[in-house]
Ligand binder design. Structure first.
Ligand SMILES: Nc1ncnc2c1ncn2[C@@H]1O[C@H](COP(=O)(O)OP(=O)(O)OP(=O)(O)O)[C@@H](O)[C@H]1O
Ligand SMILES: [Mg+2]
Length: 403
């Protein structure tokens, strides 16, 4: 950093400021205290009177006050500016600093916000907070009561501070996202274990009550046939025929027990046709399917199929609907599954108190979506039907190793 220093911040101060900013932002991952600390440091070290840190929301539409020095610290979270609105909005939308030495109100970029008491402050600098990769994440402002000619070096220094802050913000956001995913993973693991237990009990039931009973009778018929062969071949033939029937039934039951574990139709028919066949398995509903015939990674197809299956089961169980529309389409880099019914709908915010819900359905769909870096949206209101929308990043079968 070179250039004249008229603003009173010398090189030593500058180095001190930057190193204290680094200390402050390395102290933790909680953005609130970091930004408050940085704002305070900036005013102390640059000899300014107040400092504001506005951050762009994650959709990039509004700036919100996230850090401020007293007496404005109470306003944190309460001030919002549109992109392009006020000096900060201008800086955010242009990506360049703004310096106003005096007569702010004459500057077309200026917008008076009573709570920020602009009339008490004369000069200001506003710099964009930009990450090393060039993403704008917010705006940092300093104001002085007395008139001050901010220099190019002052502006540069503030930009350096803003650069450090940008890194901290990115880290904090990344950290939050990671923590959310980790939580989703944990919840999913818990559910998986519960489901495994549930599946184990189901399979044990099917094997015990169905398949093994048949094998036992099969054994008796075969023994009777063996005994009858020498003297009464006719009886033996009858017993063998009975045994054949039982073997066929046992085989059918084995198949259906296995089908409950994995949807084999996916491999046989592909996802689009499997969704159609799923629709036909609910004869009480008129299910219309429009599905793109895109092949995806196996686990993504399974997730989509299971979500459609659970959504349809919910429609059949709760919605009293006649029509269901299933759509599967690619939207930019996302695969979208929509299951929309014209049933009673419900209030997703109200807890279900029917006492019959095991709560696996929606929660499981949501967790499965989060685990695959996607999301599940539910729109429903009483008497207005329900739409479940699953969005997953598109993964082609070829993108997976070993396929
Ligand atoms: N399509 C729908 N129409 C009307 N209500 C619905 C619909 N889908 C879900 N619900 C409501 O949301 C509740 C929660 O659904 P969820 O799938 O999580 O649990 P469940 O179906 O009750 O039980 P489970 O799926 O665990 O067997 C349901 O009990 C029902 O009240
Ligand atoms: Mg359900």
């Amino acid at each position: 950093m070179t250039g004249p220093r008229l603003g009173g911040v010398d090189a030593e101060h500058e180095a001190q400021l930057l190193s204290r900013v680094i200390d402050t932002i390395s102290a933790g991952l909680d953005l609130g205290p970091i930004l408050q600390g940085v704002a305070k440091l900036v005013t102390e070290t640059t000899g300014t009177d107040v400092c504001f840190v506005h951050l762009l929301d994650e959709r990039g539409r509004t700036l919100r006050l996230h850090g401020a020095t007293p007496p404005f610290d109470d306003l944190v979270g309460k001030i919002e500016l549109g992109l392009g609105e006020g000096v900060s909005g201008w800086v955010a939308s242009h990506g360049e600093p703004a310096v106003i030495v005096d007569d702010k109100t004459a500057d077309p970029r200026y917008r008076y916000i009573p709570a920020l008491r602009g009339e008490e402050y004369t000069s200001m600098v506003s710099v964009p907070i930009v990450t090393p990769l060039g993403h704008l994440v917010g705006v940092l402002n300093v104001h002085t009561r007395l008139r001050r000619e901010f220099t190019a070096a002052d502006v540069e220094l503030l930009r350096s501070v803003a650069g450090l802050v940008a890194g901290a913000i990115e880290n904090a956001r990344l950290h939050r996202r990671l923590a959310e995913r980790e939580e989703a993973l944990e919840r999913f693991a818990e559910r998986t274990v519960e489901w495994q237990e549930h599946e184990r009990r189901r399979l044990a039931g099917e094997i015990h009550d169905g398949i093994s009973q048949r094998i036992v009778s099969l054994f008796f018929h075969l023994s009777a046939a063996a005994d009858a062969i020498p003297g009464s071949p006719g009886v033996a033939a009858e017993q063998v025929a009975r045994a054949q029937e039982l073997a066929t039934a046992a085989l059918d039951e084995t198949r259906s027990a296995i089908a409950g574990l994995r949807p084999p139709v996916l491999d046989d028919l592909g996802l689009a046709a499997s969704l159609e066949s799923l629709g036909h398995s609910f004869p009480q509903l008129h299910v219309q399917v429009e599905a793109a015939r895109t092949r995806m990674a196996e686990h993504v197809e399974t997730a989509i199929y299971r979500t459609a299956q659970e959504a349809l089961q919910n429609v059949a169980k709760h919605a009293q609907a006649r029509n269901v529309r299933i759509r599967l389409y690619l939207q930019r880099d996302k695969m979208v599954l929509e299951v929309a019914d014209d049933g009673t709908g419900f209030d997703p915010a109200a807890p279900d108190d029917s006492g019959t819900s095991t709560g696996f359905g929606l929660a499981g769909m949501r967790e499965r979506a989060e685990l695959l870096s996607g999301k599940l949206e539910l729109s429903s209101a009483p008497h207005r039907g329900t739409t479940v929308r699953l969005m997953l990043p598109f993964t082609s079968p070829a993108q997976l190793p070993g396929r």
